[in-house]
Design a protein around this ligand. Structure first.
Ligand SMILES: [Zn+2]
Length: 156
C-alpha cells in the first residue's frame, strides 16, 4: 500500500490588486458622477429607450447607441428590497450593517431607472411612488457608483 506523503500546509492571504478599463461609455458615466455630480445615459436610436448605465449598443435592438442625455438626479421609487441578512460588501470586505434598503428608481423626465441604496431603512416609511433624490459624496469622489451615497427621501 502506497503511503501518502506528509505535506506541509502554508496558509496565506492572497492580495491581488487589479484594475480594468471602464471603456468610453461606462467611463463617461462614471466621470460625470465624479466631476459634475451628474447622471448621464444614452439613447437607442431605434427603440428610443434610455440606457443607464450607458451602453455601446442597445441590448434589445442590437444597434449602436445614439445621443447622450443628461438625467435627473430625482425620481420616484418603483420597487424596493429591505435586507435583514448581513452579507459581506465585496468592495470593502466588511459586513454590511442591516437592515438596509435598496430600490429601483425611475428618474424624472424619461424612462431611465437606477438601482441604488435608499437612505430610509424603516419599511413603514418606504412606499412605491415616494420621491427620492441622489446624494452625491461631497468630497473624495473617485469615479465609482459609490460616489452616490444613496437616494434620500424628498418632500415635494
Ligand atoms: Zn433599442
Amino acid at each position: 500500500m502506497e503511503q501518502k506523503p506528509n505535506l506541509i500546509e502554508k496558509p496565506f492571504t492572497l492580495v491581488l490588486p487589479c484594475s480594468f478599463s471602464t471603456g468610453p461609455f461606462m467611463g463617461r458615466f462614471l466621470q460625470e458622477i465624479k466631476e459634475n455630480k451628474r447622471l448621464v445615459g444614452n439613447k437607442c436610436p431605434q427603440c428610443g429607450r434610455t440606457m443607464l448605465p450607458p451602453r455601446i449598443v442597445c441590448a434589445l435592438c442590437h444597434v449602436e447607441a445614439g445621443d447622450w442625455v443628461e438625467l435627473s438626479d430625482k425620481g420616484s421609487l418603483v420597487s424596493f428590497d429591505i435586507v435583514y441578512i448581513p452579507t459581506i460588501n465585496p468592495m470593502t470586505g466588511k459586513i454590511r450593517e442591516v437592515p438596509y434598503a435598496t430600490g429601483n428608481i425611475l428618474l424624472d423626465g424619461g424612462d431611465a431607472t437606477i438601482w441604488h441604496f435608499l437612505e430610509e431603512k424603516d419599511p413603514a416609511k418606504i412606499r412605491v411612488g415616494m420621491r427620492l433624490q441622489a446624494v452625491f459624496r461631497e468630497e473624495g469622489r473617485v469615479g465609482d457608483i459609490t460616489d452616490i451615497v444613496h437616494f434620500r427621501t424628498i418632500e415635494e
